[in-house]
Design a binder for this molecule. Structure first.
Ligand code: MG
Length: 337
């Protein structure tokens, strides 16, 4: 197997504003793994709040030796080798994991969602993110989102109620909220979650800072809607702790080291009766198409990442009836543009 990679900068269609930051681009690394003329594609997307950077991913990939693997090795053997390479580098590992799975699917001429018996008709609608913005911009963004059945609202500043009231003046669609750790008082957080529930909000992501574990457990116990861990949850080894604090978790391939680990997390989370959101970073259709392969296994999806960029370099999963549906092609099903 031969691995090559190159840096790529994702251009966002609109400035993306969260409780803690704004940005117009996201750095990424695109990966190819080739074996006997068949190419698997992968991607690491690297928003500033991830530890990984283009430099760290490049270093990881330069040191990774896949030449030692041939047809006599199973996919699991290669993935095990990958996971043991380092303790960190989750996005770099995700990029390689995606490319390896894509290669495997192509070599066996099967789409991954078929290989894993995923029922495409069970894919939940994707949410579409309305970032923090002015009243006028929020009204416009809400109208522009008419193809989506669930809107994700970024909260965590002093404009929270204005934002939801503005969206409600345009649509009565279900909403979910992502506070990105923006509330620091548990009583305020509970008041807000109760108010959000009355406004038709179906779940809340990371309402308080990840380190405020006792306060979040207190909040989850009293909240009328599920409280989902995002910043607090990275990978499989975090899951046990999450079960006592949150109602559910947000799995993102870039955090959890790829599809192989995501499948294990889904299995383990279900044993703990936890809710599962499958999310993404701003990503090309490469990583989004990879995530879409397992999207029928979760409660909610938030896979709008490729729709938010203007320079997608892959044709892949498509929005259909409010859902991100994987292509009917082998592997992750993407074609480079
Ligand atoms: Mg989030």
């Amino acid at each position: 197997m031969k691995l090559t990679f190159r840096p790529y900068t994702l251009q966002l269609k609109e400035q993306f504003t969260l409780a803690t930051s704004s940005r117009n681009t996201t750095p990424a690394i695109l990966v190819e793994i080739e074996q006997d003329g068949v190419i698997g594609y992968g991607e690491a997307s690297l928003p500033p709040y991830l530890k990984d950077t283009q430099e760290s991913v490049s270093r990881f990939l330069s040191n990774l030796n896949l030449q030692q693997f041939c047809y006599s090795h199973t996919l699991d053997e290669v993935l095990d080798h990958l996971l043991k390479e380092s303790r960190d580098d989750s996005a770099a590992k995700a990029a390689v994991d995606i490319a390896l799975h894509d290669l495997y699917g192509k070599q066996h001429n099967v789409a991954l969602h078929k290989l894993w018996n995923c029922n495409l008709s069970a894919i939940p609608p994707t949410s579409y993110t309305i970032g923090i913005a002015s009243e006028e911009d929020i009204r416009r963004k809400t109208r522009d989102a008419d193809q989506f059945k669930l809107l994700k609202v970024k909260l965590g500043r002093d404009t929270d109620k204005m934002i939801i009231n503005t969206i409600r003046s345009v649509t009565d669609k279900p909403l979910c909220v992502d506070v990105n750790q923006g509330w620091t008082d548990k009583h305020h957080a509970l008041d807000m979650l109760q108010w959000c529930h009355e406004q038709g909000v179906v779940f809340a992501e990371q309402p308080m800072p990840a380190e405020m574990k006792n306060e979040i457990a207190w909040l989850t116990e009293r909240s009328p809607i599920p409280v989902i861990a995002d910043e607090a949850f990275q990978r499989l080894s975090d899951l046990d702790e999450m079960a006592g604090i949150y109602s559910g978790i947000n799995i993102k391939l870039m955090k959890c080291e790829g599809l192989g680990q995501a499948l294990k997390i889904i299995q383990e989370a279900r044993k703990k009766s936890m809710k599962i959101l499958l999310g993404c970073m701003t990503e090309t259709s490469c990583a989004i198409s990879a995530a879409s392969q397992i999207s029928s296994l979760v409660d909610w999806t938030d896979l709008d990442g490729a729709l938010l960029i203007s320079n997608d370099c892959f044709d892949g999963a498509k929005l259909s009836d409010g859902r991100i549906v994987p292509p009917d092609r082998p592997g992750i099903g993407v074609l480079p543009i």
